[in-house]
Design a protein around this ligand. Structure first.
Ligand code: GLN
Length: 474
């Protein structure tokens, strides 16, 4: 069910939040032994559901928009009193002492938190195999990954335990798992959603966003979590969202040369028929050039590790998290970090420390930041011509667990998503049809990229193209 369908049934009394929570828990106990979408399942959900059920009896449709709606939350987003590990051993014993702003807003809107979801350690990865607590499996084909790093959130929705989940996206971690699991994934404009209470990965790239079954639900959740927050000075106000007005028909730009970079033939075919559908609905498709986007992945793997190395410096075994004592303070730091971080986190800390070191700063970090500025200019020039840029979300459907043991082949999954984070614009991934692998039909995703603050445009086109088809609600 979607959030909007649930909400209607809650208001009519046909279904209650108590039943919804009981159902969510039943699905989790039936399926999560195999899927492992969740790290923790919360036992206070029933209490919250009882209150929500009573509220509907008294207030009906005057209840807040998410009253009684069960949600799953990625485990790098703090919920007061709950364990927040970032799927890292180094935070195994950490209990959050406050609510992230997004959690506070969801709570005020009446949402119920069912549990926290598995992820790649500190959100580093594209498969959820980098979790210290073991991988998550794709509910559509359990021999395959759900994508990452928000793979647990995607699997939680795809296995129908909850109608929606929160994830975070630093280089594609909401959109890519959405595409692997047949869901709608939204990465908002940088600054649209507060990062207060999110574990920082790459602070200039991170945004919390949504994994849902419909574009309408993505919009409902976005409207709740977005907006200025005095706790995060990079947040922007809602008024900024008028900048990309909605239209009856849109002009889409296809960066043809960029797409030449190793997309599976059948994924490309799905993409071409998606473009045909857009044309048939009266939209215009034009070719555009985004030559610098081809260097996006290279720039991302300089900027992101640099920020990671600095953000993860706080995990020293002294202030919080797991401590491994040594004979002196230095050895305690070394033991705690050597034991607490997994291989991918260590790789990125080393890479980041290297690119920030004095002899290399200008050659690597400085250049990558300069390139980022040029990419922004290039994209703005494209948006003078087109309303939206369109690409496949990922070059392949979900791959098998263990298939991408070489980190570089894993990194390539993000080729179309990282430029969006580097330039700070919003993007939406919606399902674009299935391709077959080993006799199983696997979903693929198409990514719409809008100008800065252009969420309204993404919701408008997403509803027209996806919700209208899937839910027949025009
Ligand atoms: N897969 C990308 C990475 O490994 C993106 C991760 C993310 O968006 N958190 O960095």
């Amino acid at each position: 069910m979607t959030i909007s369908e649930l909400r209607k049934k809650f208001i009519s009394g046909e279904y209650t939040p108590m039943e919804a929570v009981a159902e969510a828990k039943a699905v989790i106990s039936e399926k999560d032994g195999d899927i492992h979408a969740y790290l923790d399942v919360y036992d206070d959900a029933e209490e919250m559901a009882k209150e929500a059920t009573a509220r509907y009896q008294k207030e009906g449709g005057n209840t807040p928009p998410l009253c009684g709606v069960p949600l799953a939350i990625k485990n790098n987003i703090l919920i007061a009193g709950k364990r927040a590990t970032g799927a890292s051993k180094i935070l195994d014993n950490y209990i959050a002492s406050y609510d992230a702003t997004v959690i506070k807003r969801l709570r005020d809107a009446g949402a119920i938190f069912i549990g926290s979801t598995n992820m790649d350690e500190f959100a580093m990865g594209s498969s959820t195999e980098n979790s210290a607590y073991g991988p998550t499996r794709n509910p559509i084909d359990q021999s395959r990954v759900p994508g990452g790093s928000s793979g647990g959130s995607a699997a939680a929705v795809a296995m129908s335990s909850v109608p929606a989940a929160l994830g975070t996206d630093t280089g594609g971690s909401i959109r890519q798992p959405a595409s692997y699991c047949g869901l709608v994934g939204l990465k908002p404009t940088y600054g649209a959603v507060s990062r207060y209470g999110l574990m920082a990965m790459g602070s200039s790239l991170d945004q919390a966003g949504t994994l849902t079954n419909s574009v309408e639900d993505a919009e409902t959740l976005f409207n709740v979590i977005a907006g200025r927050d005095p706790h995060d000075m990079t947040t922007i106000s809602g008024e900024t969202y008028g900048v990309a007005p909605t239209k009856d028909t849109y002009t889409f730009g296809v960066p043809r040369a960029f797409l030449g970079q190793g997309v599976d033939a059948d994924v490309m075919e799905r993409f071409e028929s998606h473009l045909d559908e857009l044309r048939a609905a009266g939209h215009r498709i034009v070719d555009i050039e985004l030559p610098l986007f081809e260097a996006g992945l290279a720039a991302y793997y300089i900027v992101m590790p640099a920020e990671v190395s600095s953000n993860l410096a706080r995990f020293d075994g002294i202030r919080y998290g797991v401590r491994k004592e040594g004979k002196d303070l230095l050895e305690t730091y070394l033991n705690s970090r050597a034991d607490g971080f997994g291989a991918e986190a260590k790789r990125r800390i080393l890479l980041g420390t290297y690119v920030l070191s004095s002899g290399y700063f200008d050659a690597y970090y400085g250049k990558a930041e300069a390139l980022r500025g040029k990419m922004r200019d290039e994209l703005n020039a494209a948006f003078a011509q087109v309303d939206l840029v369109v690409t496949p979300t990922a070059p392949t459907p979900a791959f098998k667990l263990g298939e991408k043991s070489d980190p570089l082949s894993m990194y390539r999954q993000d080729i179309f998503t990282v430029p969006v984070n580097l330039t700070g614009v919003p993007a939406l991934s919606i399902p674009m049809g299935e391709v077959e692998r080993d006799g199983v039909s696997l979903p693929t995703g198409v990514q719409y990229i809008a100008p800065h603050g252009g969420e309204a445009r993404l919701f408008d086109i997403g509803r027209k193209v996806y919700d209208a088809k899937r839910y027949n609600n025009g």
